[in-house]
Ligand binder design. Structure first.
Ligand SMILES: Nc1ncnc2c1ncn2[C@@H]1O[C@H](COP(=O)(O)OP(=O)(O)OP(=O)(O)O)[C@@H](O)[C@H]1O
Ligand SMILES: [Mg+2]
Length: 210
């Protein structure tokens, strides 16, 4: 499904990844662990297409998407769901509009969008928050909106960068189980970055440490 082959990447002359190899099977739940600054987010950005490998190549579904400093398939053409550390929610849209955004771009009819938004709000436990503005939410609630937005598109590949880190233990536990349940339901491939042992154990079928 995803392959990074001999990927080398440096910032300001410092090598972050050197001849890095990683194969992720379709439908797998892979957890990436590693200390701060070890390159976890960088790997997700490479898969998503926001960062280009200096050397080596990146393949998705058998197709080379980036190679030797060149992007061959841009991020929006890779059909990847993402929940990144900075969340990147749209501050000028309410919760429902954020969740429906990708569906609207894909011209999914309004009625279907509403249904999907409702379903996703339920999944992440934010029923009744549809009309709230993003800046009127707590950090944990914003994380759940980001999760709902990514899941709404039923992506084949989902990248998550510490998506549950600011949640309280109870909600963290609930959403961990929810992610595993949704994975079983939809069968997407999951690449999940975390510092948490509980998350790594529950979510990862395979774990790698950088
Ligand atoms: N755009 C950039 N320009 C320069 N250096 C960068 C850039 N992005 C990342 N780095 C550096 O690359 C290294 C790896 O960063 P990365 O964000 O992948 O780490 P991480 O494992 O996700 O860390 P954390 O657990 O703190 O999120 C760090 O040393 C970081 O300072
Ligand atoms: Mg990071």
């Amino acid at each position: 499904m995803v392959e990074l082959a001999n990927v080398t990447l440096s910032y300001d002359g410092k090598e972050i990844l050197k001849d890095f190899n990683l194969k992720i099977a379709g439908g797998e739940r892979l957890v990436i662990l590693g200390r701060s600054g070890s390159g976890k987010t960088t790997i997700l950005r490479l898969i998503a297409g926001f960062t280009v490998p200096e050397r080596g190549r990146i393949m998705i579904d058998g197709k080379v998407v980036a190679e030797e400093g060149k992007i061959l398939v841009p991020p929006h053409r890779r059909e990847i769901g993402m929940v990144f550390q900075d969340l990147a929610l749209w501050p000028h849209m309410n919760v429902g509009e954020n969740i429906a955004f990708g569906l609207k771009i894909r011209k999914v009819p309004r009625k279907e969008r509403r249904k999907k938004v409702e379903e996703m709000l339920q999944v992440v436990g934010l029923e009744g928050y549809e009309k709230r503005r993003i800046d009127q939410l707590s950090g944990g609630q914003q994380q759940r909106v980001a999760l709902a937005r990514a899941l709404a598109l039923s992506p084949k590949l989902l990248l998550m960068d510490e998506p549950l880190s600011s949640l309280d233990p109870e909600l963290n536990s609930r959403l961990r189980q929810e992610i595993v349940r949704l994975h079983a339901l939809f069968g997407f491939t999951l690449v999940y970055v975390t510092h948490s042992k509980e998350e790594a154990e529950e979510i990862g079928e395979r774990r790698i440490v950088l």
